[in-house]
Design a protein around this ligand. Structure first.
Ligand SMILES: NC(=O)c1ccc[n+]([C@@H]2O[C@H](COP(=O)([O-])OP(=O)(O)OC[C@H]3O[C@@H](n4cnc5c(N)ncnc54)[C@H](OP(=O)(O)O)[C@@H]3O)[C@@H](O)[C@H]2O)c1
Length: 337
């Protein structure tokens, strides 16, 4: 196919905070698919906190190295197929990286239903929604009347996890950065309370605020951030509480901290806590049922889907830097075509 394939290259791995200087725009030829492959055009590129974690080294995927096209997932459209399972016009989920076109093996392309709005396939019906739903139910297992605390609660995963916990009958407290986000969590999403960790006077103050809001302790803490916020929640856990270790965004965009959170492992022992990490794919046996339940709630108007769509390929690096700084509300993505 004739034309230009715009790409964003990770020119240098950040030592501390990610900046625009770590990226460069480039142009390449549009690749030609081999037998068994399809050529796809990216429509929406997903911005994920994990994009930054991949630059630190091996995670649940191989490390991202300098000089490579920036890695990332996308919703893409098949433009040419050399595999019988796919045809031009099909919408797929794919690890395309930050570029207009990619030629990928058909077995690595997941064909998706053509629903409207298409963006929901990246938010509530994508990895985001599945992570929130499956992580909360499989690890946290909240019971009606229990207290659930969610961090990065105004973000993509957090805003869904918090609402799902509410729908399951829990009392839910969100932690987020900024008064505007906190007001949105209580007024628009119906959470019982929200704490602005950026306005708190440090970890001790955050711990005290959580104690005031959770006098009987936290039964389930859905942790998206790690660090000081994790520590504040840990000290407020109820006996037999469950900590869902979903991610550690507070640690991704800086050098490793000199020490870990206090209370580990002592409080885990004395409070008989379950602390369990997961990667969403671990629970994909429950994927279809989860999607069906999420869809029911969305269609009934019980689950609000918040998306933050930025227009323009060239805005990808700034959109990721902004996500790590907390500029987003809900699922951030960049519209490419
Ligand atoms: N385990 C899995 O399978 C899986 C799958 C997907 C995502 N995840 C994890 O889920 C978490 C959320 O990811 P996402 O892609 O949905 O991003 P997101 O929550 O939409 O965006 C990240 C948010 O993190 C918050 N944040 C940034 N720095 C922080 C800090 N130092 N302390 C507290 N909060 C901070 C910001 O909100 P504020 O304004 O509130 O600071 C920002 O909006 C990440 O930890 C990610 O790695 C895990």
């Amino acid at each position: 196919m004739q034309g230009v394939n715009r790409q964003v290259i990770l020119t240098e791995k950040p030592q501390e905070k990610l900046s625009l200087a770590n990226f460069a725009l480039a142009e390449a030829e549009i690749p030609t698919p081999a037998a068994g492959e399809a050529l796809v055009r990216t429509r929406y590129i997903s911005l994920d906190a994990a994009n930054r974690a991949w630059m630190q080294g091996v995670t649940y995927r191989s490390a991202l190295n300098q000089g490579e096209v920036m890695a990332g997932g996308a919703l893409a459209e098949v433009v040419e197929s050399r595999d019988p399972s796919l045809a031009p016009g099909d919408i797929v989920s794919a690890e395309t990286g930050w570029q207009d076109y990619a030629a990928l093996p058909a077995r690595r392309l997941a064909k998706l239903p053509k629903l409207e709005p298409l963006t929901h396939l990246l938010s509530v019906y994508g990895v985001t929604g599945l992570t929130a739903y499956l992580g909360l139910l499989r690890v946290g297992d909240p019971k009606p009347g229990e207290t659930v605390v969610v961090s990065a609660a105004a973000g993509a995963v957090g805003s869904i996890a918090a609402q799902v916990a509410k729908l399951l009958g829990a009392r839910v407290i969100g932690i987020a950065g900024g008064a505007g986000k906190c007001a949105w969590l209580t007024d628009a999403l119906g959470l019982d309370a929200a704490v602005d960790y950026k306005a708190s006077g440090g970890p001790g103050d955050l711990r005290r605020q959580l104690r005031g809001l959770c006098p009987d302790g936290i039964n389930v803490y859905f942790d998206n951030v790690g660090g000081d916020v994790f520590e504040a929640a840990l000290f407020n856990m109820a006996n037999h509480g469950r900590i869902v270790c979903c991610g550690a965004v507070s640690q991704y965009d800086k050098a490793p901290p000199p020490h870990g959170p206090r209370g580990v492992p002592g409080l885990i022992v004395t409070k008989r806590l379950k602390v369990e990490g997961f990667v969403v794919m671990d629970f994909y046996d429950g994927r279809d049922a989860a999607l069906a339940q999420l869809r029911k709630w969305v269609e009934a108007g019980q689950l609000k889907v918040q998306e933050d769509v930025i227009d323009g390929f060239e805005n990808l690096p700034a959109a990721l830097i902004g996500l790590l700084a907390g500029d987003n509300r809900g699922k951030r993505m960049v519209k490419i075509a």
